[in-house]
Design a protein around this ligand. Structure first.
Ligand code: KG4
Ligand code: ZN
Length: 340
């Protein structure tokens, strides 16, 4: 089954062709980083306009890269239905509906967060041993899920304030690093001493699997600005100290995730860990999992599937469609939030 995936939840416009939920024939991503970095973060109105400009050329490119001639060669259209920015979602969903209607093809909406986790499972879907621990770490989510089978999730813990990716982005801004902050912090941290600053991620009383990053973020702010923490204030640290701040922040933000995963695995008797979302791209996190939990299989997304992409949408959408073989209704609306 040849599936077209479409992704437009935030600041990436993406399209991909995936065969039978596993074989990626093309994976095209048009990033808007240059556009938004001017403003230090995603500007929703600009994101929507850019999606409109590029979505059809991106889909065309995905069809061509996969060796297909037209939308008629596709058997199913899958689109991210949320969570995300409302205007951005509308463009992806309306494009999918229009293509499905015009070509007479079935189409379905796919949960972007579920798809992030599927990205790590895609290559192993027929050999994975459930139940698994799903870990969603992105700019909008920090959640632990029990996955009893594909499509069946139970929320075990989540952040009570900032998402971990959001904390990376905010700390990057405090260190005068450009948007998106995560990869820039990771780069800067390579030259730093992670033991220099005794930061700590939050503990939520009575909820050991929940996360909190606002206290950690404030500690970093005080370290950088001293007590005068207004945005324009001069820094209390020197340029040479910055890599140590980046490394200490990164270590404490990420070791907290690894520790809580270890706890969840034991508590719920889970057979492995699948990790998805932009922060899963962090190589230091991968090292931490390997060193701290060496005896549990941990699955990360392969290259190109950590950040927002449409292959994960087409891949998961295939399995979702095969369960009912039913197209979604044209009444389906985008969902800015989808609770687990
Ligand atoms: O999944 P994603 O592309 O978009 C959302 O659905 O949010 O995740 C984006 C987030 C941003 O906060 C970005 O700073 C973070 O993932 N990120 C990273 C890394 N690469 C991206 N955080 C830490 N280390 C990285 N290498
Ligand atoms: Zn995402």
């Amino acid at each position: 089954m040849i599936v077209l995936g479409i992704e437009s939840t935030c600041d990436e416009t993406a399209a991909s062709i995936v065969k039978d939920g596993q074989e990626i024939l093309s994976n095209v991503v048009a990033s808007q980083i240059d556009l938004h970095s001017l403003y230090g973060g995603v500007v929703p109105e600009l994101a929507c306009r850019k999606h409109i400009d590029v979505i059809l050329p991106v889909i065309d490119r995905a069809l061509k890269d996969a060796g297909l001639h037209s939308i008629q060669d596709v058997d199913l259209i899958c689109v991210a239905k949320g969570p995300g920015l409302i205007g951005a979602l509308l463009i992806g969903i309306n494009t999918a509906k229009a293509l499905a209607f015009a070509a007479g093809k079935p189409w379905i909406g796919v949960n972007h967060i579920e798809a992030h986790i599927y990205a790590a499972m895609m290559q192993y879907i027929h050999v994975l041993q459930f139940p698994l621990l799903g870990v969603v770490i992105s700019g909008g989510h920090t959640s632990l899920l029990e996955i009893s089978e594909l499509g069946s999730y139970r929320l075990l813990g989540q952040t009570i304030d900032d998402a971990v990716g959001e904390a990376f982005d905010k700390v990057a801004s405090m260190l005068d690093l450009p948007y998106p902050g995560g990869p820039n912090i990771e780069e800067m941290a390579k030259k730093g001493d992670r033991h220099r600053y005794p930061f700590k991620a939050g503990v939520v009383k009575g909820r050991p699997l929940d996360f909190s990053y606002s206290g950690l973020k404030t500690s970093v702010l005080y370290t950088i600005k001293g007590q005068n923490k207004s945005k324009g204030a001069t820094t209390a640290i020197s340029e040479e100290d910055k890599p140590d701040v980046a490394a200490s922040f990164q270590h404490h933000a990420l070791i907290d995730i690894v520790n809580k995963c270890q706890l969840a695995i034991k508590e719920y008797n889970l057979h492995g860990i699948v990790i998805g979302g932009g922060v899963s791209n962090n190589q230091y996190l991968r090292q931490l999992f390997a060193s701290q939990i060496p005896d549990v299989p941990v699955y990360f997304p392969p290259a190109g599937l950590s950040l927002d992409n449409a292959a994960m949408i087409a891949g998961l959408g295939y399995h979702q469609f095969m369960k009912t073989k039913t197209s979604d209704s044209f009444d389906l609306e985008p969902m800015t939030r989808i609770p687990f």
